[in-house]
Ligand binder design. Structure first.
Ligand SMILES: [Zn+2]
Length: 270
């Protein structure tokens, strides 16, 4: 198979979004959907192995082949057993937009949808992230791209809950960081004085990102209280409770949430 034939093959099969891999958006095609293309699928897998390049993902190396802004890879070994091919956008910004969008309240999951269907949904709504009005001073502290990426990875780990009592006038979501003895879950902690390893680990990580928000956040007045708020990817993140040891809640809300906008005063914006 040459590249031209590969392009024809790619066009001839269906690609479906892998919805269980929220943090690594990609789509795939499987042999079952078009068994008559078995040989082409194997030939394409071989082509990927032959002319593709190595790329690290997590702890593993993959051979990927880039064709028309998408990268393709296979997992099967031996290659003759290939019955699934993956692909995703080369463009990292696009992948990040998908990660955030599918977690937002705006995403409408449709069975058998493709990555391009998701992009269409994104583009039909918000095309770029909205920030509070005005600009932060030039010398305002900014996190590095890597720190921000790690923060994104952290916040993706949680299933955010909607704050029911605020739904009407200030809709937002939150996560809690209580030790298990307080949550009446696992109960591995030996009570207040001695948290279990898992709780300690989660607490350390939680506090790290609370400090991150407080370091890089800006001042925002909500009702009568001033909070330190960090804006990331269309959302604002803030915490309550000072000192750090008494901070249990991390909140977030959409920056462009119409029910919240009139109540907020961004004190550092000029
Ligand atoms: Zn515990």
């Amino acid at each position: 198979m040459n590249l031209e034939e590969a392009k024809q093959y790619i066009q001839s099969v269906r690609w479906q979004y892998a919805k269980t891999y929220v943090t690594a958006p990609h789509e795939y095609t499987v042999l079952d959907w078009k068994p008559e293309t078995k040989q082409q699928m194997i030939d394409f897998a071989k082509l990927i192995q032959e002319i593709g390049t190595k790329e690290q993902f997590g702890q593993k190396d993959f051979i990927i082949l880039v064709i028309d802004n998408m990268k393709y890879w296979v997992m099967d070994n031996p290659i003759e057993n290939t019955d699934l091919i993956n692909r995703t956008y080369v463009d990292e910004t696009k992948r990040k937009a998908i990660i955030d969008f599918v977690q937002s309240g705006r995403f409408n999951f449709i069975k058998s949808m493709s990555l391009s269907d998701i992009i269409k949904q994104i583009e039909s709504g918000v095309t770029s992230y909205i920030l509070p009005e005005g600009k932060l001073p030039q010398d305002f502290p900014k996190p590095s791209g890597k720190e921000l990426d790690n923060f994104r990875t952290y916040i993706l780990k949680f299933k955010w809950k909607s704050a029911k009592t605020f739904e009407k006038f200030s809709p937002h979501q939150y996560i809690l960081n209580f030790p298990c003895w307080k949550m009446k879950e696992d109960e591995k902690c030996k009570g207040e004085s001695e948290a279990c390893n898992e709780c300690n680990k989660q607490r350390t990580e939680f506090e790290k990102w609370i400090l991150f928000i407080r370091k890089y956040g800006e001042r925002c007045k909500m009702q009568k209280t001033v909070y330190t708020v960090l804006c990331v990817d269309g959302r604002q993140y803030w915490t309550m409770g000072d000192p750090l040891e008494t901070t249990w809640v991390l909140n977030r809300a959409l920056i462009n949430e119409p029910r919240r906008i009139p109540k907020l005063e961004w004190l550092d914006r000029q």
